[in-house]
Design a protein around this ligand. Structure first.
Ligand SMILES: [Zn+2]
Length: 213
């Protein structure tokens, strides 16, 4: 478990993982502890994430803390003056400038805690996450449980055929799965894809939720 170093001033923490891995819960836990220590805390999230509530950071278990939705990473610099701790949720949706914003805040003595998806649904690194993780002092990778086999999961498997990288949703759109189940699904999708060339039907819909758990 992450423990704060109270004697230090200004650093970056990243909490990353798949959907349902408890990233936001861990972010909230750290921010609550900072509040208990009488630190001034501000929380930001990208404007795009409006799944549950406009002005709250909400984890899937609905323990919420108020936050400010912002349109760009630069807005965080303008809004975070005079605070001790800046929390950022869904940081993967921010523009690449978020890395420099976090660096500036940390250089100025602010503790920055950023939580986000490290991979998109195809398994590729998500947006600014690689750069942010490389420049952070502390990186915590949290895991979900694979809904197919019960192992540790680090992939967010999308249950629809939509191919946009950003697609909001929770249970009805994504499921957490492990490396081996992910590889097996990819393999089957590829095989079905070849069949599809011949038959002309959609492979992923056929594959979808009906796959064995
Ligand atoms: Zn699995």
């Amino acid at each position: 478990m992450f423990l704060e170093n109270a004697s230090q001033k200004g650093w970056i923490e990243v909490i990353c993982g798949s959907m349902f891995s408890g990233k936001t819960e861990e972010l909230i836990r750290r921010l609550r502890r900072a509040s208990f220590a009488n630190q001034r805390v501000e929380i930001f999230k990208p404007h795009v994430d409006v799944r549950y509530s406009e002005e709250e950071v909400v984890s899937h278990d609905a323990r919420a803390i108020p936050s400010t939705p912002v349109d760009s990473s630069h807005s965080i610099l303008l809004l975070a003056s005079g605070v001790d701790v800046v929390g950022i949720d869904e940081v993967q949706f921010f523009d690449p400038g978020i890395v420099e914003v976090c660096r500036q805040l940390a250089d100025d003595g602010v503790r920055v805690i950023a939580a986000g998806l490290d991979m998109d649904y195809t398994g590729r690194p998500f947006g600014p996450m690689p750069d942010l993780m490389a420049t952070a002092e502390y990186v915590t990778k949290v895991h979900a449980i694979c809904v197919r086999c019960g192992n540790l999961a680090h992939h967010s498997h999308r249950l629809t055929t939509d191919e946009r990288q950003v697609m909001l949703g929770a249970q009805e759109v994504y499921e957490p799965i492990c490396r081996h189940c992910f590889a097996e699904l990819r393999h089957r999708e590829q095989e079905c894809g070849h069949e599809e060339d011949a038959e002309g039907s959609s492979p992923v819909v056929r594959d979808g939720r009906a796959a064995p758990r």
